[in-house]
Design a binder for this molecule. Structure first.
Ligand code: SN0
Length: 317
């Protein structure tokens, strides 16, 4: 594997999940693979799980890791081509990426959408410029439209909690939030689940339709109670509107998952990528109760990252 930016970079999803589960059993089995290889983790936005789990995954594989919080510690990056840089930006992304590629064997990049201009975000300008100019494999740590390491961890978690031979009902439900949030996690989740052995239903208020390329063939049910009926997994996530790009359309009253809503399901396990706004996106009672998988899900971020980094390291040879 060269770059890892979406499910489309994965030839065999089940094989990657199996690899991650193997690594979970023996995390240090391949620590020779990464010796004298350096992973650079470049953050243009905040992170907790992604930063720590990817760093640990690299260490488990014997790699060296360098982390740079570009948003706070780097020069302000210019992304437009051909402009006169007489304003606030100091360094062009093509120069910065090319230089980072000299120091790193693999580069992980987090670059959230700005949620101002849909075309710019959905063209993945920053991610694609890194791919173009860094000259080394790129690992997406959440880009403008997707969060593929999260989705891989989600699929691992769902498989671990599904009895063999069962095809679970998985519901992706929109949740309230106070500010515009990327569509990435929901996009990626929909994209991965549509390729996995699950029945996916997406529920959200009208106006929160995701970009059609991620939901083609998926059942959309605007009545949340109806969607939740018989669910084995409920994946809770807020996202801002794609249609009215980056807008928060309502306060989402009545959409927060509670134990009352959980009673409509097949005693569903509840998932969230974190960070979660308690009492707004998801109730305290669920997060502190027996149905929550959020910590186990976060734990699997390590093995998702390790499986992907292992493939990228193997691809360097
Ligand atoms: C990001 C998102 O894409 O949803 C990262 C999730 C892994 N989440 C947020 O930006 C949450 C910010 C907030 O204020 O709650």
């Amino acid at each position: 594997m060269k770059n890892y930016t979406s499910v489309h970079d994965v030839a065999d999803i089940q094989a990657l999940v199996n690899e991650a589960l193997e690594l979970k059993k023996s995390p240090y089995a391949h620590k020779e693979l990464g010796v004298n290889k350096t992973l650079g983790l470049i953050f243009l936005n905040p992170s907790l799980r992604t930063r720590l789990s990817t760093q640990k995954a690299a260490i488990n594989l014997g790699m060296n890791v360098m982390v740079m919080n570009m948003d706070k510690e780097g020069w302000a990056l210019e992304t437009q081509d051909g402009v006169v840089m007489d304003g606030a930006t100091v360094e062009h992304i093509k120069d910065a990426a090319a230089v980072m590629g000299q120091y790193c064997d693999i580069i992980g990049l987090r670059s959230f959408p700005k949620l101002q201009n849909r075309e710019e975000d959905y063209n993945e300008e920053i991610l694609n410029k890194f791919i173009e100019y860094a000259g080394v494999p790129i690992l997406s740590l959440e880009s403008a439209t997707r969060h593929p390491l999260q989705s891989l961890a989600d699929l691992i978690t769902i498989q671990e909690h599904t009895p063999a031979g069962k095809r679970p009902k998985v519901v992706l439900t929109w949740a309230p939030h106070i500010k515009p949030i990327p569509q990435c996690v929901a996009n990626s989740f929909a994209e991965w689940m549509s390729m996995a052995d699950v029945d996916l239903v997406i529920t959200h208020p009208k106006g929160y339709e995701l970009a059609p390329e991620f939901t083609e063939g998926t059942t959309i049910e605007h009545d949340q109670d109806k969607a939740l009926e018989g669910a084995d997994f409920v994946y809770v996530k807020n996202w801002s509107s794609y249609e009215q790009y980056g807008k928060v359309l309502s306060d989402g009253k009545g959409w927060m998952m509670t134990n009352e809503k959980l009673s409509l399901t097949n005693d569903a396990k509840v998932m969230h990528c974190l960070p979660v706004r308690r009492g707004l996106e998801l109730s305290h009672e669920i997060l502190d109760g027996p149905n929550s998988l959020v910590v186990k899900e976060a734990a699997n971020r390590l093995y998702a990252a390790q499986a992907v980094l292992k493939r990228q390291l193997e691809g360097l040879k």
